[in-house]
Design a protein around this ligand. Structure first.
Ligand code: ATP
Length: 293
């Protein structure tokens, strides 16, 4: 295994009695990168992540996480991981500070618990019992518990569900800081803007299979897709598909004598457009298929 791979998976299969949840997934996550796993409900994301964490057993496949087969991971290996699962740990009667300090004690080389509490924006709530936190605050506490052990590899399963927009932006900054500090991060999310903002690479999983792995900019050939130029003409909204949007805008400017072109917009397919196409939720629209005008 190359030492730059934090995760290396080949041919992962997980079967439940009525369902093949993961059906031959390959996955490489490089050390130091933020990797986002995207996919619809039931695609197999949590199953995959929990196998990597050592909480579930694979039926088939070759799996290495920080160089170790998770099925044989010991305490030392586990202490190198940080885990923010979908459901919170229930320690309702402890305060935020008590809980984070308590968790720090499990690890050989923890971060300063008070700094961690501050970094997730819970300093004001440090003496509050966890059962009195709001949903978003509880989720921030989960993130604090996942990072207090100073992990080499951090798993975040839908970490920002329930966050308000401001909290989500703060969380993004937190993740960027962790990445700068060298932490490898695997995040699952249903928020495409979150994946686009945070991830070095994204993997799209659908029905237990990895459909594509790429940078957010390149997914589905996105960067090379045809642009749409739209504006409000005298006859109503007009839209032109073109591989040369700049030339189209120049033509419109000339047509409008250099004055403002009403409601002018240049658009390429968003990550969400590409994602929905990849998971088969929408048919590939003609404007998403190469050059055409
Ligand atoms: P979500 O976005 O909803 O969290 P997911 O991509 O994480 O979905 P998984 O939780 O991995 O999906 O589930 C994949 C499939 O396996 C689903 O069809 C689910 O119903 C099934 N499944 C998951 N856990 C079990 C289990 N313990 N027993 C039986 N089937 C299961």
């Amino acid at each position: 295994m190359g030492s730059d791979e934090a995760v290396r998976v080949r041919g992962l299969v997980k079967r439940y009695p009525n369902k093949v949840a993961v059906d031959g997934v390959d996955l490489d996550i490089h050390r130091g990168e933020v990797f986002a796993l995207l996919g619809p409900n039931g695609a197999g994301k949590t199953t995959t992540v929990e196998i990597l964490e050592g909480y579930r057993r694979a039926d088939q496949g070759e799996i290495r996480v920080l160089g170790v087969d998770p099925a044989r991971g010991d305490r030392v290996w586990r202490s190198r991981l940080g885990i923010v699962a979908q459901t919170s740990r229930d320690e309702a009667e402890l305060s935020v500070a008590e809980l984070v300090h308590h968790f720090a004690g499990y690890y050989p080389n923890p971060r300063d618990p008070d700094e961690v509490i501050a970094s997730v924006g819970l300093t004001e709530k440090r003496r509050t019992r966890t059962r009195k936190l709001s949903g978003g605050q509880r989720r921030r506490l989960d993130v604090a518990l996942g990072m207090v052990g100073n992990p080499e590899l951090l798993f975040l399963d839908e970490p920002t569900t329930g966050f308000d927009p401001e909290a989500r932006r703060q969380f993004w900054t937190l993740i960027e800081n962790l990445r700068t500090a060298g932490t490898t991060i695997l995040v699952t999310t249903h928020y495409l803007d979150e994946a686009e903002h945070l991830a070095d690479r994204v993997g799209v999983i659908a029905d237990g299979r990895m459909v594509e792995v790429a940078t957010p900019e390149a997914l589905g050939g996105r960067g090379a897709r045809t642009a749409r130029v739209s504006w409000l003409s005298a006859d109503g909204m007009r839209e032109i598909r073109t591989d040369e949007p700049t030339a189209e805008v120049a033509r419109l400017m000339a047509q409008y004598g250099g004055s403002e072109v009403p409601e002018l917009e240049v658009r390429r397919p968003s990550l969400e457009d590409i994602y929905l196409e990849l998971i088969g939720a929408v048919a590939a629209a003609p404007e998403l298929e190469g050059a055409a005008r």
